[in-house]
Design a protein around this ligand. Structure first.
Ligand code: GLY
Ligand code: MN
Length: 472
């Protein structure tokens, strides 16, 4: 990026600011002419976007639950990464869910529900683009049009999202406001509101999963080049990123590219290791589409194209656990039954392999057991949607102890991880980590694996790699 010499020179004469060492005053000739000579802005209003009616229906539910309360839901602000450099902006998920504003949301916007009798008037406050006569237009590196591009006008956003808009300057907080992330009832409510997805959300999830599959295909096709790179894990991350960006999308979380023993670190995102033939590489990645819905998929690949016997045994056990979890996932059962089904398989197999100091039955005892969890410390499933770990503020009775319903989207992602220095397992197990993660949509007819087209079984994975690397 360019150095931002003029980020502090808005109002050069009027308002001395920090970093005066870098201040370069604009000469008079610039100031006299910069506001003139610009074409009129087009005044055509955009039509309402596809998600607008869905977001409106969600706002109605929130309104009905908080009669008489003034609700304040901020989008959030830019966060600094290092000097003059911010992280890419990403709106609060609840804000996005209730406005339909995704990747193009303007930082610092605030959604307000103003009580009006038994209902609410809803207004979206945003920092409208600056007038060209203001220094912000050309001299503010954080929000100025010359620096980050134009922001939308109030009328445009109102038409696009179907919400009344007002300038951010008109927003004021009031005593008694119920504020997202400060008020537990509101924060929990809007999190639980996302437990069951509407048809728009389901379509977005299908799209996110589909485009994520392309990223995995690219990784598989690029394995020879990845192996030849000193930090092959970075290359894996980069290939997935390139696919996401080439398709015009983002990523829902940092890609985990964990080769060899790194696969045993559940959220390995340092990705600075080599990808070595003979090892497995675990890739956990998800594309986030413009509406902010994200996939969350894991595949574990034999780098050289074929599993060794021990790798295959571990891999197929994880798949067996995933299949058992899938079979247990039916409408009306508790969410935690999915995890419990996976644990039955994991405990039985590691006991069979002689890895447990107790029987599988003893390990599965809710109080005294858990010895098998040494090899899989994480849960099997989480809700998925606009957050990769969606609905995280839902109450336990609605989440872990809640019942599976049609419209829910969640992961099934068992794994087995034998740390490189784990003396409780024979040497041949050490340094092997496997996870298989699929994205599941619950329907009235039972679960649908949205990611079923991405090869899953050991045989399918080997065939996938062989196909991708076959001579043309
Ligand atoms: N994708 C990482 C996780 O589910 O924790
Ligand atoms: Mn996950």
């Amino acid at each position: 990026m360019s150095t931002s010499e003029s980020d502090t020179i808005a109002d050069t004469e009027q308002a001395p600011q920090e970093n005066t060492n870098r201040r370069q005053p604009f000469p008079r000739g610039f100031l006299d002419t910069i506001s003139t000579g610009w074409a009129e802005r087009p005044d055509q209003l955009p039509p309402p976007r596809e998600q607008a009616p869905y977001a409106a229906a969600r706002r109605d539910v929130v309104s009905a639950a908080f009669t008489g309360k003034r609700l304040v839901l901020p989008a959030g602000s830019l966060k600094q990464r290092s000097n003059d450099t911010d992280y890419p902006f990403r709106a609060h998920s609840a804000f996005s869910h209730l406005t339909g504003w995704g990747a193009d949301a303007v930082p610092d916007s605030v959604l307000v529900f103003e009580p009006n009798g038994d209902a609410h008037d809803v207004t979206l406050y945003l920092r409208e683009r600056a007038d060209r006569t203001t220094p912000e237009f050309y001299a503010d590196a954080t929000v100025g049009e010359f620096w980050i591009g134009p922001r939308p006008a109030l009328e445009g956003v109102a038409s696009d999202l179907g919400i009344a808009t007002a300038h951010l300057d008109a927003f004021e907080s009031r005593e008694g406001d119920v504020v997202l992330d400060e008020d537990d009832a509101l924060t929990g409510f809007v999190s639980e509101l996302r437990l069951v997805k509407d048809e728009y959300e389901i379509e977005q999830m299908r799209l996110a999963v589909e485009v994520t599959g392309r990223g995995f295909d690219d990784i598989v096709a690029d394995l020879p080049r990845i192996v030849a790179t000193p930090r092959g894990e970075r290359a894996v991350e980069g290939v997935f990123h390139l696919r996401a960006r080439t398709d015009g999308n983002g990523e829902g979380y940092d890609t985990i590219a964990a080769s060899g023993p790194h696969a045993c670190y559940l959220h390995w995102t340092r990705n600075d290791g080599a990808v070595v033939p003979g090892d497995l590489i675990l890739v956990d990645a998800g594309v986030e589409v413009d509406s902010l819905y994200t996939a969350d998929i894991t595949r574990t690949l034999p780098v050289s194209g074929t599993f060794t016997d021990i790798q295959r045994r571990i891999y197929e056990t994880v798949r067996e656990a995933a299949d058992a979890a899938f079979a247990a996932a039916v409408p009306g059962v508790k969410f935690r039954a999915v995890h419990e089904a996976a644990m039955q398989v994991i405990a039985a197999r590691v006991a069979e392999w002689g890895l447990l100091p107790v029987t599988a039955e003893e390990a599965l005892d809710a109080d005294a057991g858990g010895q098998h969890r040494r090899y899989m410390v994480h849960g099997t499933s989480h809700h998925l949607g606009i957050d990769v770990h969606d609905c995280a503020q839902a109450r336990r009775e609605m989440y872990y102890d809640g019942l599976l319903e049609p419209g829910m989207v969640f992961t099934i992602e068992p794994g087995l991880y034998f740390q490189i220095d784990d003396l409780t397992v024979p040497e041949e197990y050490r340094g092997i980590g496997v996870r298989i993660e699929d994205d599941i949509l619950m329907t009235v007819d039972g679960p649908v694996n949205l990611s079923a087209d991405i090869p899953r079984t050991a045989d399918e994975v080997e065939a996938w790699i062989a196909r991708a690397n076959a001579a043309p």
